[in-house]
Design a protein. Structure first.
Length: 186
């Protein structure tokens, strides 16, 4: 950042996709798990824009578009809707609103999860880019959220740099972000 001014606030969208949580039948544990993980990982000014919505593809798409385009989020992290059940449509919604998909995110998250549970192969997590926003789909279980974020978050700040989103800083003691030496910002 030049001119010595304050760094802009990083806006992070957190979307819980769950019929039961959106109806108040089930406590949303995924969204708070993401927020708590980010509170340990991020330094510098940041804020979340949270949504809890049902497993409806049109609603998921509209929410992702709103967070990326209208709310100015540089990162949107979803939880839920990534399994094989009929109503699990988060990856389809993500693919519908993104201009580029990043399948390596899903591949790495499944590899990380397979260390703990053989059913990780049923998960369809993915990630994609919409404008200057990175959208990452995570599973719904808080422990799986932690496993997946630990695996992929080191690449997220540099990815957001490449798509000209906000500059994301991490606490290296918790999650060391990777940026090539030539990409370091002053």
């Amino acid at each position: 950042m030049s001119g010595g001014g304050a760094r802009p606030v990083v806006r992070v969208g957190i979307v819980t996709v769950s019929d039961r949580a959106s109806q108040g039948v089930y406590e949303d544990k995924g969204g708070p798990a993401i927020r708590d993980w980010l509170a340990r990982a991020l330094v510098g000014p940041w804020e979340t824009v949270a949504r809890v919505i049902p497993d409806e593809q049109a609603r998921i798409e509209a929410t992702l578009i709103e967070l990326a385009d209208a709310e100015g989020c540089s990162l949107v992290v979803t939880t839920g809707g990534t399994g094989p059940a009929l109503r699990d449509v988060t990856p389809e919604a993500t693919e519908a609103v993104c201009t580029k998909m990043l399948p390596g995110f899903g591949e790495l998250m499944r590899m990380a999860s397979l260390k703990f549970v053989p059913t990780a192969i049923l998960s369809r997590q993915t990630a994609g880019i919409r404008g200057s926003c990175l959208i990452v789909n995570l599973p719904g279980k808080p422990s799986a959220i932690d496993d997946c974020l630990q695996a992929v978050f080191p690449a997220i700040p540099y990815c957001v740099d490449l798509i000209e989103g906000a500059y994301i800083e991490t606490d290296a003691a918790f999650c060391k972000a990777f940026r090539p030496a030539h990409a370091a910002r002053k």
